[in-house]
Design a protein around this ligand. Sequence first.
Ligand code: IPE
Ligand code: IPE
Ligand code: MG
Length: 246
Amino acid sequence: MNFKDQIDKNSLPKHVAIIMDGNGRWAKQRGRLRVFGHENGVTAVRNTVEAAAEISVNYLTLYAFSTENWSRPKREVDALMSLLVKSLNKETSTLNKNNIRLQAIGDLKSLQSKTYKELLKAIDNTKQNTGTTLNLALSYSSRWEITKMVKKIAEKVKNNELSSEDINDEVISNHLTTTNIPDPELLIRTSGEQRISNFLLWQIAYSELYFSPKLWPDFGKEDFYEAIVDFQGRERRFGKTSEQIK
Ligand code: IPE
Ligand code: IPE
Ligand code: MG
């Protein structure tokens, strides 16, 4: 039986986040430039987004470019940005066909203006869709986001719009870029690396972590479904005992 058929539709994660890693190594294995890996990573993005939409996962967040990734060689950064523009352009009709709404989190203003404009256009062109929300993390890092949140809250306290006594979990969540998005129940990272790399630190407090050895361009629909089946076999206790859960 394939993994898709093993999924229990009644206990799907509402939000799956993915650290798409391994494009460079995938290209290197083939004696090609890193950019070749990124180009092939686009196919994996398409497959994964479709896979999520097919089983109606509400939110899929993909880590596409981190704050730290700006430090890569200029040639690679430029290639990634133009690939993004090209893909947004090309994939908008597929998103609409699959009823997928595009959103983005991160320091979007730091993107090159062409990339930024293309992104806003794609977001606008898919805003009427009611199925899966595809949330792209671009020029994103969790420490950037947390710093921004602290500044916003401090400003409100200073202006007497908020009392420091009233700051709680919920207030903090509401001042992050993921406001209105539930925390991911499942976080997947490909390529065998087992680290978080500055991604959604607050939001993954109780996420189940799943590490796939596959390099991102090789990650397909069944790999995504396998991760979900694995997730569904876990007992999530949230600090309680196993007996309390049953
Ligand atoms: C992930 O693949 C894509 C981005 C971070 C943009 P990498 O480019 O990190 O590939 P590796 O980790 O070097 O193989
Ligand atoms: C994390 O991958 C960022 C993205 C997938 C966009 P990296 O390849 O940049 O992570 P590190 O630096 O190896 O941890
Ligand atoms: Mg990497």
